[in-house]
Design a protein around this ligand. Structure first.
Ligand code: AVI
Length: 314
């Protein structure tokens, strides 16, 4: 039994405005649904960042100030399947840069698959996967004399509230030394007509992705959510630049969670806040970086200016 999961679900559903943490979307089914999301025509984020890695890898290398004769370590937080990163690794490898690649992930399985695919596609790249908490791994690297380049891609920082993103940056800052760099991928603020469909696709994959957390609670906490009685409703506030996903109860109902020994009441129309996806610009990012010693050095955007990879330096 995962006690954090139990505690977080209880806390979220007991709040006056119900909420569930989106970090729990990613069980085995959630991982597979997220792969489907990344392949949907409406979800522009993945293709846009891939475009930067594929078509501007030389510019990335320059902006990151990577030097051929100076060994460096590329540390990727939450590496996934590495599709984008492989473009950069290939460019570095082809040009004989001296580096190693350390993907960090909570999932041992994701790391095993990533190592196998890098060994096959880029056999001369040194890969050292590290399973565990990002900051535990980073603190272990702090003593190294060579530069650390942290990759945090995919607008994953966007799933944190601004307060949590600030905490995250602070912790990252604490675990880096002067001169280390961060490549931070963020989705840019843009019109609702582009953002909202990315979270409300025609095939209903994002809806299944959200509902899967209710199914996970049913399975892991012995609950009786009837997923057919919840509707998926994403919203996007263009001024703030924040997309939020909600599940809305279509009727008055009670849901019992046996492992908590509790029943939760839902009114017809009551919402559960499922996920925050913040979009960025320079001003917002500078606000998040305030108080840390990380500064924006550069930024690259895709050809349609949908997505940005910022280069930060400590
Ligand atoms: C992982 N993360 C950046 C995605 C996002 O865009 O917020 C998760 C996602 N949620 C719905 N679609 C994709």
């Amino acid at each position: 039994m995962n006690l954090d999961f139990q505690k977080d679900i209880d806390f979220g559903l007991s709040a006056s405005k119900k909420t569930l943490p989106s970090k729990y979307f990613y069980d085995e089914i959630g991982d597979a649904l997220f792969v489907e999301i990344m392949n949907m025509p409406e979800y522009y984020l993945t293709n846009a960042e891939f475009d930067i890695f594929k078509n501007q890898n030389q510019e990335l290398i320059k902006a990151l100030k990577l030097e051929k004769n100076n060994f460096f370590e590329l540390v990727e937080l939450g590496a996934g399947d590495g599709t984008k990163t492989k473009q950069l690794l290939k460019a570095l490898d082809d040009q004989n840069y001296n580096f190693k690649y350390d993907p960090i992930d909570i999932s041992e399985n994701a790391l095993i698959q990533l190592k196998a695919s890098i060994n096959k596609e880029l056999p001369t790249v040194q890969i050292h996967p590290k399973q565990g908490d990002y900051f535990n791994v980073l603190s272990g690297l702090k003593a190294s004399s060579h530069p650390i380049i942290v990759l945090f891609l995919g607008s994953n920082i966007g799933n944190l509230t601004d307060a949590r993103a600030k905490d995250f940056i602070q912790k990252l800052d604490d675990n880096l030394k002067i001169g280390d760099r961060v490549l931070l991928g963020v989705d840019l603020i843009k019109p609702k007509s582009v953002v909202l469909p990315a979270y409300n696709d025609a095939q209903g994959i994002t809806k299944r992705f959200n509902l899967n957390l209710l199914t996970r609670i049913n399975k892991e906490l012995d609950a009786d959510f009837d997923v057919d009685t919840f509707e998926h409703k994403p919203e996007y506030d263009e001024e703030e630049g924040i997309a939020r996903s909600f599940l809305v109860s279509t009727k008055d109902q009670n849901v019992s969670i046996k492992s908590l020994n509790k029943t939760f009441t839902f009114k017809k129309g009551e919402k559960i806040h499922m996920e925050t996806s913040r979009k960025y610009n320079d001003l917002i990012l500078n606000g998040i970086l305030e108080g840390s010693s990380l500064k924006i050095n550069d930024r690259l955007t895709d050809s349609q200016h949908l997505f940005a990879d910022y280069i930060l330096e400590k």
